[in-house]
Write a protein that binds this ligand. Structure first.
Ligand code: UT7
Length: 323
C-alpha cells in the first residue's frame, strides 16, 4: 500500500466575521477597492483567547469523523502553520494530547506560510510511500490576524483565520499522484514578518512583528510560479490539462486564481473559490476550500484535483490527486 488517499476532510472557521465595511473604519480603504482588487467580501477572525490549536482541533475532529477512523489509528500528525500558539511545543504535539492519541506517534509542524499545506501534504505523502505511516492527519491552521498590523491597509484587508484538515490513509492506488515543492529564499523581503524570537524580544519593533508585503511584486511571482508548478505536476504524471476536474488553489486573490485557471484552460466553474468568504487564511486556505467543495457535493470520489499554493519565502507547491 504505497499510495496516500484522502479518507476524509474537515474544516473550521471562527465565529466572528469581519466585513470590508468594518475595515473602512480602521484604515483608508473601501469595500469596492477590496472586492475589485482581491475578490474578498469578508473574513473570519479568531476570538480573544482562541488559538491556532483550537482551530486545528475543530478541523481535525471534523476530518476524523468524515474519514471514519479511530484516533488511535493515526500514526503521524503534520500541521502547517505560521502562527503557532507558542515557540514550542509544536501545535501538532499539543493536538495529539487534545485528541487523546496516546500511541506516541510523531507529531510536528511545518512552516511554509501560504504554501504550508502543500508542504505538509508532500511530507505526509512521502511518509506513506516509504511505509513509515498508514493514517496521517494533515492540517493547515492559522490565526493570521495575530500578525497583522491593523493600521496597514496593504495587508490587514487581505487575511483571515481558519483551519482545514485531511486524513490520509495508505492505499493500493492513488490518491495523491505526486507533490511538487519549491522555494527561493532570495525573495524573503517581499513578504515577511521581519522579527522573530532569535533576534531577541527586546529589539522587537511593533511594525517588525507584523506582516509586511510588496503586494505587486508578490502578485507577479505568484502568477508565474503557480503556472509553472501546475505544468510540472501534469508533465510528471503524463496528464493533460483536460484530465483535471477541479482546481483548488490557495485563496489569496481572485485575480491570481483566474490567471492560473486561464493557464490551465479551466472554466471558473471548475475552480473552488472561497476567497470571497474567507480571505487569505495562509496554510489553511487550500484544505478549507477542499472541504467546502467536498461537503457541498461538488468534488466527488474518483475526480481529479489539482491543489496549488504560493507564499512567503518564496515557497510554492502543488499536488495532483484523485479524490
Ligand atoms: O498568500 C501569499 C501570497 N500573497 C499574495 O499572493 C498577494 C499578492 N498581491 C496581491 O494580491 C495584490 O498585489 C494586492 C491585493 C495586495 C494589491 O493589489 P494591486 O492591484 O497589486 O494594488 P497595488 O499594490 O498596485 O496598489 C494600487 C493602489 C495603491 O495606491 P497608489 O499608489 O496607486 O495611489 C495602493 O496604495 O491601491 C492602494 N491600496 C489600497 N487602496 C485602498 C493598497 N491597499 C489598499 C486598500 N484600500 N486596502
Amino acid at each position: 500500500m504505497k499510495h496516500a488517499k484522502i479518507l476524509g476532510t474537515g474544516s473550521y472557521l471562527p465565529e466572528k466575521v469581519l466585513l470590508n465595511s468594518d475595515l473602512e473604519k480602521l484604515v483608508d480603504t473601501s469595500d469596492e477597492w477590496i472586492r475589485e482588487r482581491t475578490g474578498i467580501h469578508q473574513r473570519h477572525i479568531a476570538a480573544e483567547g482562541e488559538t491556532t490549536l483550537d482551530l486545528a482541533e475543530n478541523a481535525a475532529r471534523n476530518a476524523i469523523d468524515a474519514a471514519g477512523v479511530a484516533v488511535s489509528d493515526i500514526d503521524l500528525i503534520v500541521i502547517a502553520t505560521t502562527t503557532p500558539d507558542c515557540v514550542f511545543p509544536s501545535v501538532a504535539s499539543m493536538l495529539q494530547a487534545r485528541l487523546g492519541i496516546i500511541n506516541e506517534c510523531p507529531a510536528f509542524d511545518v512552516q511554509a506560510v501560504c504554501a504550508g499545506f502543500a508542504y505538509a501534504l508532500g511530507v505526509a505523502d512521502n511518509f506513506i510511500r516509504a511505509g513509515s505511516a498508514k493514517v496521517v492527519l494533515v492540517i493547515g491552521a492559522e490565526t493570521f490576524s495575530r500578525i497583522l498590523n491593523w493600521k496597514d491597509r496593504n495587508t490587514c484587508v487581505l487575511f483571515g483565520d481558519g483551519a482545514g484538515a485531511v486524513v490520509l490513509g495508505a492505499s493500493d492506488e492513488p490518491g495523491i499522484h505526486s507533490t511538487h515543492l519549491h522555494a527561493d529564499g532570495r525573495y524573503k523581503d517581499l513578504l515577511h514578518v521581519p522579527n522573530g524570537v532569535s533576534r531577541g524580544y527586546d529589539v522587537m519593533q511593533q511594525e517588525e512583528a507584523f506582516v509586511q508585503m510588496r503586494g505587486n511584486e508578490v502578485f507577479r511571482m505568484a502568477v508565474k510560479k503557480m503556472g509553472e508548478v501546475v505544468e510540472e505536476a501534469l508533465a510528471q504524471n503524463n496528464m493533460q490539462k483536460s484530465d483535471v476536474d477541479w482546481l483548488v488553489p490557495h485563496q489569496a486573490n481572485i485575480r491570481i486564481i483566474k490567471a492560473t485557471a486561464r493557464k490551465l484552460q479551466m472554466d471558473m466553474s471548475q475552480v473552488v473559490l472561497t476567497v470571497q468568504n474567507h480571505g487569505n487564511t495562509s496554510a489553511a486556505s487550500i484544505p478549507l476550500a477542499l472541504d467546502v467543495a467536498v461537503r457541498d457535493g461538488r468534488i466527488k470520489r474518483g475526480e481529479r484535483i489539482l491543489l496549488e499554493g504560493f507564499g512567503g519565502g518564496f515557497t510554492w507547491g502543488a499536488a495532483l490527486i484523485t479524490y
